[in-house]
Design a protein around this ligand. Sequence first.
Ligand code: KE4
Length: 425
Amino acid sequence: MSRSEELFREAVKWMPGGVNSPVRAFANVTESPRFIERAEGATITDADGNTYIDFVGSWGPMVLGHNHPAVLKSVLETAAKGLSFGAATELEVEMAKLVCELVPSIEMVRMVNSGTEAVMSAIRAARGFTGRNKIVKFMGCYHGHTDAMLVKAGSGVMTAGRPDSAGVPEGCTQDTLLADYNDLDSVRALFESCGEEIAAIIVEPVAANMGVVAPQKGFLEGLRAICDQYGSLLIFDEVITGFRMSLTGAQGYFQVTPDLTTFGKIIGGGMPVGAYGGRKEIMEMVAPLGSVYQAGTLSGNPVAMAAGLTQLHLLSETPDLYEKLNATADWFFGEMEGMLTRKGVPHCLNHIGSLGCLFFTEQKVVDYATAKTSDTAAYAEYFKHMLHQGIYLAPSQFEAMFLGTAHRREEELAKTLEVMETYFA
Ligand code: KE4
């Protein structure tokens, strides 16, 4: 038995499913989860000493590769002065200022500890600011596990959401309305029926939780126009896309301006950090200044701020970083597409910027319904082969491949393409 298997046997005794987040249990791929011991650059190493080329990157934060020396240095130096004070610190001011300087739509920002907390707080701020209760979200988009967002990807777009999880009272989701991604008509239908009650639309500007689905031309612009027409707010959930698609995230990449943005992952450099921010008049609603309550013991703690700040400085000060990252990703996914087509593999390969997803379906995946046509068993087989050949992919068809600056064309990416070539031979 491997050390990972031993550890998993022990883990399931003490933690639900043996993990602290469901996707890590490898339940969709009938493999025993690998327990990771350390990581460096584009690779991770498990408890048995197996090293993998990593395309999960802690689900997004490791855009500069694991254990970046500058990030590690800043964490160690800051930690040496104390881990958390529950009091204001200079680092929080520096972080808030930098985020506001980097992202034009952000005039004021609040640090929290996860993407979920950022979404939960942004929704509350939107409701407080507009005095309205309803929220529109899209089937297949994931915004963390706050009650209002755990809404069944139900039938039709007019039905109020039905909870997708036990323990969520109907009352928590009765104001959550569902629309179809890339389908503006499904959004207009909701607004025509109750637009005056809708506080906000929340959307992943690139959907990356049903696999990767890019917004079709005009989709994000259409959401902006509908919100303007009805006095609702547009919330971009940039927990994945923030500081990944471009220095100004997806909103900069697509040139569509939201009223509020949520961040996570990259903003923390690998430490637990989320953030929400946007127009000053909205953020001034937030306690202690305004009447929208939100708080957090470890929010903005200095060690997490040090990691996030260092990563954001590296991202904003390295010339052409995003052009190079996105060009390398375009090359990589282009090579993949060519190989899959040459071999006649039924597939839909979606990619945009440094995000990509290989769907095992012949349909063009443009929304939740088409994403669900994927053959998840085929994905599981592919995942297992790649894992055994030293390539660590997301253990689920409905996640993304995350490329970072540590993935080199001639090394990690060339090796990955070779392994894919043998699998699809
Ligand atoms: P966290 O609470 O997990 O930090 O963020 C929630 C969240 C919010 N918004 C978007 C767009 C997200 O993708 C996420 C979390 N993403 C998943 C990966 N698909 C986290 C991985 C996990 O659940 O373990």
